[in-house]
Design a protein around this ligand. Structure first.
Ligand SMILES: Cc1cn([C@H]2C[C@H](O)[C@@H](COP(=O)(O)OP(=O)(O)O[C@H]3O[C@@H](C)C(=O)[C@@H](O)[C@H]3O)O2)c(=O)[nH]c1=O
Length: 185
């Protein structure tokens, strides 16, 4: 299993092997002890799946506050996405910084987004299917969003930072300045 830490080292890329044969492939997409060894130690309690039909859909930037803060282990099982984590932990040396990675059906990479980070992604293909494990359950009252293209964060979205297919909620999300104090280290 390949493990890489990104420029914000709490954000981890994990690529489990795929064993191919004439039938197709087999892959352990999650293995508790192995992922714990890789640094992903919080137990998961919810699995999610989304389908974005169009290329250029952006979902995010999202998080949940305590007592339902979520870490997310994200993978793309159809198509490709550019996945992003933004450090929102006041007191962190990388507060307000972002990291991103392309994850796809093809590269089979998963990204670990710890609690205290905003999470979002841009679809790079049509029919992008994303599956992710969460360390806490959905709690509507704890949900928060930040606008995807806030220049203060400056995410370099591969398809550009001006146009995106967004949910109504994400279109009116506040700037990153609203997130000050949501999390601390
Ligand atoms: C996130 C979530 C949504 N829902 C419902 C609420 C709503 O009716 C519908 C669609 O929700 P949303 O528009 O928030 O879905 P979406 O924009 O895909 O939200 C997701 O975005 C990515 C980037 C994340 O990181 C996730 O944690 C989550 O916030 O699904 C649940 O029932 N459970 C959940 O865990």
């Amino acid at each position: 299993m390949k493990i890489e830490r990104l420029a914000i080292p709490d954000v981890i890329l994990v690529t489990p092997p795929r064993f191919g044969d004439a039938r197709g492939f087999f892959s352990e997409t999650y293995n508790g002890p192995r992922f714990t060894e890789a640094g992903i130690t919080i137990p998961f309690v919810q699995d999610n799946q989304s389908l974005s039909k169009q290329k250029g859909v952006v979902r995010g930037l999202h998080c949940q506050l305590a007592p339902h803060a979520q870490g997310k282990l994200v993978r793309c099982t159809r198509g490709a996405i550019f996945d992003v984590a933004v450090d929102a932990r006041v007191g962190s040396p990388t507060y307000g910084k972002w990291v991103g990675a392309e994850i796809s059906e093809e590269n089979w990479t998963q990204i670990w987004v710890p609690p205290g980070f905003l999470h979002g992604f841009q679809t790079l293909t049509e029919n992008a299917e994303v599956q992710y494990k969460c360390t806490d359950v959905y709690a509507k009252d704890c949900e928060r969003a930040v606008i995807w293209n806030d220049p203060e964060i400056g995410i370099e979205w591969p398809l550009g930072g001006t146009e995106a297919v967004l949910s109504d909620k994400d279109q009116v999300a506040p700037p990153f300045s609203a997130a000050h104090g949501w999390f601390s280290l």
